[in-house]
Structure formats: structure tokens, C-alpha cells
Design a binder for this molecule. Sequence first.
Ligand SMILES: [Zn+2]
Ligand SMILES: [Zn+2]
Length: 53
Amino acid sequence: MSVTGVCSICRAPGAQRVCDRCGSVVCDTHHDARGVCTDCAPDAGDHPAPGRR
Ligand SMILES: [Zn+2]
Ligand SMILES: [Zn+2]
């Protein structure tokens, strides 16, 4: 079972990730390592904060 759609952020086709928080389908580029989209990520930016909740 695979979810494929259009990235909610950049509108790129072939997005296969689903945000764990808002449920939006996003591409791998806009999917954070924590399972949320970069739009929901607390520190959506260039520098991730390791060990931070
Ligand atoms: Zn994207
Ligand atoms: Zn999200």
C-alpha cells in the first residue's frame, strides 16, 4: 500500500510521504526525519536540533 500524490508544499508529483501531524502528502525533500512535513517541523530550517523535543 503506497500513498502517492502531489507534495503539499512544492507541488511536486510523486510525493510518497505523509506528515504524521497534519496528514499532508509531501515529497521526500519536505518530509522531516521525525515523520512530519517541514511545515510542521518545529525547527524547519537548515540546522536540525538533535535530542530536542
Ligand atoms: Zn516538496
Ligand atoms: Zn505537516
